[in-house]
Design a binder for this molecule. Structure first.
Ligand SMILES: NC(=O)c1ccc[n+]([C@@H]2O[C@H](COP(=O)([O-])OP(=O)(O)OC[C@H]3O[C@@H](n4cnc5c(N)ncnc54)[C@H](OP(=O)(O)O)[C@@H]3O)[C@@H](O)[C@H]2O)c1
Ligand SMILES: *[C@@H]1O[C@H](CO)[C@@H](O)[C@H](O)[C@H]1NC(C)=O
Length: 269
């Protein structure tokens, strides 16, 4: 199948109602994160049909990603949006800054046209509630861990009601990384469902997220796996599969570096 047709979702609070492809290519790599490797992986991803990339300065992938896009433009794989490059703007916020100060500065960036959309990550219902008490622009996206062993049921309902799109990170439980585990990939229930459909556990996870109505960021620098991760749109899970997944014991897989902050998750499960 051609993978270039990844369904899109509308970012309503974006300055121009931009569309966002539902699957993003993640670039958080602990090993094989050399610039040339990342660049080659991103060029391959563009060839495979990815048009949405997730990066962060702490991943060290921003430069390689930019170079890969430039190369893809030169190769004619993608067309330029023909926008004049904006000056580099970075907003340095920390966990300890008042949220309102950071958010209002981010809104200013969108109003000035420096960015099309703004969003948040790891926000609980409580933090979103705080944000919405003063925000004049709704966050387009809240990026949080979500996968078959961490359903985020309450947060998903809250975000749906407010029109905030969830992007699931660690959709495969970040197998093989220092922040994740094999909890998702090794789930017997998921293995059984995968076998019945002739799919992989990874594809079951991504299809489940799609059927939950959320977007997702998945990382693979392997050519076959990055393709496999896009092949989720021409089949579906059954009601029975959903019931089985509903019963999977829930744990937050990615605890990351913030586990030491008291009640960082506001007691929400
Ligand atoms: N906002 C945040 O705080 C935050 C936090 C975490 C992650 N993220 C973003 O979300 C992206 C995805 O999350 P993640 O990297 O933590 O975890 P993930 O996508 O759940 O898992 C990545 C791991 O799974 C392997 N993998 C990928 N496809 C596979 C497949 N089809 N079969 C078997 N194994 C497969 C990858 O190895 P190979 O590369 O060898 O295939 C890699 O080790 C990140 O890269 C990052 O961009 C954001
Ligand atoms: C979100 O939380 C995870 C832990 O679950 C952590 O690894 C990640 O760095 C956090 N991301 C941001 C942007 O704070």
């Amino acid at each position: 199948m051609s993978c270039s047709k990844i369904p899109q979702i509308v970012l309503k609070s974006s300055s121009n109602q931009s569309n966002m492809p539902l699957i993003a290519f993640g670039t958080a790599a602990v090993t094989n994160n050399d610039g040339e490797i990342t660049k080659a992986a991103v060029v391959e991803a563009i060839k495979s049909g990815y048009r949405h990339f997730d990066t962060a300065s702490i991943y060290g992938s921003e430069e390689a990603l930019g170079e890969a896009i430039q190369q893809a433009l030169q190769l004619g794989l993608i067309q330029s949006r023909e926008i004049t490059p904006d000056p580099e703007i970075r907003i340095f916020g920390s966990l300890f800054d008042p949220l309102a100060r950071v958010w209002i500065a981010m809104e200013e960036c969108q109003k000035l046209g420096l960015t099309k959309s703004i969003g948040v990550s790891n926000f609980t219902c409580k933090k979103l509630e705080d944000l919405l008490s003063f925000a004049t622009i709704l966050p387009s996206v809240n990026q949080v861990e979500m996968n078959p062993v961490w359903h985020q049921k309450k947060l998903k309902e809250y975000c749906e009601a407010k029109g905030i799109i969830i992007t699931a990170f660690s959709p495969l439980g970040a197998k093989g990384t220092m922040w994740g585990s094999n909890e998702v990939i090794d789930s017997e229930i998921l293995k059984q469902i995968a076998e019945e459909h002739g799919k992989t556990v990874a594809q079951v996870c991504l299809r489940w997220l799609y059927e939950q109505g959320v977007s997702m960021a998945v990382k693979s620098y392997n050519k076959d796996r990055m393709k496999q991760n896009l092949e989720i749109f021409d089949w579906s899970l059954t009601r029975d599969d959903h019931e089985k997944i509903d019963k999977i014991k829930q744990i937050r897989v990615n605890n990351g570096p913030f586990a030491f902050i008291p009640d960082i998750w506001d007691g929400e499960t």
